[in-house]
Write a protein that binds this ligand. Structure first.
Ligand code: ACO
Length: 418
């Protein structure tokens, strides 16, 4: 099959959020720490009547309803954590491109209700899910032959306590792991891209959009700077490229010694400002407004990017995608967007189905940090208990949302749809 990729997308996030300015006041941290320092505006979260199954049911049902694809036409079932959105996408692509493909389509569902214990990591939580229909003749084609992957064994973020929803996170280590994975993936990716395109002089200009897994938006802005720093170190020319003025002193440095080098960070943030504004910032609507969706984060950034510009601008573009999962597993790949932007075309249909996102975001219900904290505490106490009847307010859910009705004394969960 030709042009295997994303045929359709659907995005869901809970209808509740907490404001990061109010959370700064409530947590008694300095004003601006979460909003400027981390680059977050609002954080989405769910009450106990929504769990990861209900959230994934909601987004999948909507995708099936909108595309009118019967379940019998779907033929792949694999489950993953963390890096799972991308792992599932790759499984689906591999299956469809392989000799064992039987003509059916695949659905990739990724989502998380990501909560941290109170403390410095709490403002980097988030909640949401994305469902994608995968098949041939897609408007978002995953470029063949240029995928790069980097994996390592690290305890940057892990969940050893099965009776808690909260992970253990080594914040600074997780940031250096993310940046290391970005460096490694980009170096390999670029080599592969040069081979596939037969162009030797490729740089970030090749891409119209640079899209990243977003733990918090400031890290993404630093990642754009980091890619430019990679480009600068890769440059092998005798004369200094005028775009890297005053950077000579950094030329002898090694990538692995510079994850927290403030001079490099400041210089390359400045040099990459336009690149970030034009190619990455449009992808951060959901990441700023909802927060880190983990497996769905990169795909929420893709959706945000697709609804950020008129369709005739989006059509024909090339996107660079960077996926990261703690533990760690990371991949870089490319998407080429169909140039057919006519009304009713596959690209037009795909974008139309996520066009609701900015409006749905703006209509959410704001919860103050006191109530948010109480909801978190209630979930801490009742988590994984059985029998259980959720207290969450069903009237706050949007129509069509699945919710957890009860857990019986055998731990079986029953869901209903509003
Ligand atoms: N105004 C403006 N900026 C401020 C203010 C203020 N009042 N106060 C602090 N800042 C800045 C800091 O300078 C820092 O920015 P910099 O790194 O550019 O210098 C930023 O805000 C954060 O402040 P820190 O003191 O570094 O924050 P802290 O260490 O308390 O927590 C962290 C940040 C580590 C990211 C934490 O939220 C965390 O552990 N999050 C979860 C882990 C995570 O998301 N890791 C990323 C990859 S792994 C993954 O996807 C899970």
């Amino acid at each position: 099959p030709e042009d295997v990729g994303i045929l359709s997308m659907e995005m869901y996030f809970p209808n509740l959020y907490v404001d990061q300015v109010e959370l700064e006041e409530y947590d008694k941290v300095s004003k601006g720490k979460y909003t400027i320092g981390l680059g977050q505006t609002r954080m989405g979260f769910a009450e106990d009547c929504e769990d990861i199954q209900s959230v994934c049911l909601t987004v999948t049902k909507r995708l099936l309803e909108k595309t009118r694809i019967p379940v019998s036409k779907i033929g792949l079932d694999t489950t993953n954590a963390c890096y799972g959105g991308t792992a599932a996408l790759f499984h689906a692509l591999n299956w469809i491109e392989s000799s064992s493909w039987d003509g059916r389509l695949a659905i990739v569902v990724c989502g998380d209700l990501a909560v941290y214990a109170s403390g410095p990591a709490r403002p980097t939580g988030g909640a949401g899910a994305c469902a994608m229909l995968i098949g041939p003749n897609a408007p978002l084609v995953i470029t063949r032959g240029v995928r790069s992957t980097y994996m390592d064994n690290v305890y940057d973020f892990y969940k050893p306590n099965m009776s808690s929803e909260y992970p253990i996170v080594e914040g600074k280590l997780s940031i250096s792991c993310y940046l290391k994975a970005l460096d490694k993936c980009y170096t390999l990716f670029k080599e592969r891209l040069k081979k596939v395109t037969l162009e030797d002089d490729l740089d970030l200009d090749y891409f119209d959009g640079l899209i990243f897994h977003s733990p918090f938006c400031k890290l993404v802005q630093k990642s754009v700077a980091r890619l430019l720093f990679n480009e600068f170190l890769m440059e092998n020319k005798e004369e200094t490229n005028e775009k890297y003025l005053d950077c000579e002193k950094f030329k002898s440095l090694k990538l692995e010694d510079t994850y927290f080098d403030k001079d490099i960070e400041t210089k390359f943030l400045e040099l990459s400002k336009e690149l970030y504004e034009e190619k990455t910032k449009p992808s951060l609507l959901l990441a700023t407004e909802v927060g880190n969706m983990y497996t769905a984060s990169l795909y929420s950034c893709l959706v945000s990017y697709l609804v950020s510009k008129p369709i005739d601008e989006i059509a024909g573009q090339n996107l660079l995608m960077f996926s990261y999962g703690s533990g760690m597993a990371a991949s870089m790949y490319a998407i080429s967007i169909s140039s057919n932007d006519r009304k009713g075309s596959p690209l037009h249909r795909l974008i139309s189905s996520v066009q609701h996102v900015p409006t749905t975001l703006s209509k959410r219900i704001k919860i103050d940090p006191e109530e948010f904290t109480k909801i978190m505490e209630h979930k801490e106490k009742t988590n994984f208990s059985a029998p259980f009847k959720p207290e969450g307010k069903i009237e706050r859910l949007l129509n069509g949302t699945y919710y957890l009705d009860k857990i019986d004394d055998g731990y079986k969960r029953t869901y209903k749809r509003k």
